[in-house]
Write a protein that binds this ligand. Sequence first.
Ligand SMILES: [Zn+2]
Ligand SMILES: [Zn+2]
Length: 255
Amino acid sequence: MALRFASLGSGSSGNGLVVERGRTRILMDCGFTLGDTAFRLGRLGLRPADLTAIVVTHEHTDHLGGVARFAKRHAIVVHLTRGTALSLPLDFPATLVRFIDPHAPFEVDDLLVDPFPVPHDAREPVQFAFSDGAVRLAVATDLGVSTPHVEEKLTRCDALVLECNHDPGLLAGGTYPRALKERISGRFGHLDNNSAAAIVSRLDVSRLKHMVAAHLSTENNRPDLAVLALAGALGCEDSWVGVASQHEGFDWRSV
Ligand SMILES: [Zn+2]
Ligand SMILES: [Zn+2]
């Protein structure tokens, strides 16, 4: 049974990624409205009822914003840290909440979910790796810097979705206010293309079959710059590196 994954969209206006093994389907984050989420799932051939669970990385609106209404409407359980759960609406049904330990892997039917903490300006942020026991997909967006622990989770993966938020030059020369520029480029902000490439260059990529750049800033980055950085680190053709876009995400990829 193959593991496959796809993105509903990626960036500061909303995120969502589906991981599927057989009939087990996990939605990682949901930053879209009820209708938009259903539309984006439909593009991938899925209905909301096809989802087994939602896992949430942190409380920022582009990740948590659509979770409560969607989960409630379709009665889907939500796995999240206690820190992230503080931002759920007060009327969110407790029966749908599953608290996670940011260091403890857990099972959702046929998938093993492996959370790991990341440095980001949220209450208890994590990112996730997913495995069926044979192959492994790791996703890491919304982190200011890497850590040895993060890299332990990203190394020897079969598929990697990694944040390439901004190009340092475009951010510095762009129109954002200084405080926002400092937040984005800070240790609890977002990874730039070069930092993402430096991380990749330290990983064991001998099993890697998919590399996708994600959470690109529309204002402070360009897909070709992110691809160039990651392809340089991997020593591969530019065309081999995928990019998750805000509007389209990316289509199914099988591991
Ligand atoms: Zn984000
Ligand atoms: Zn964030």
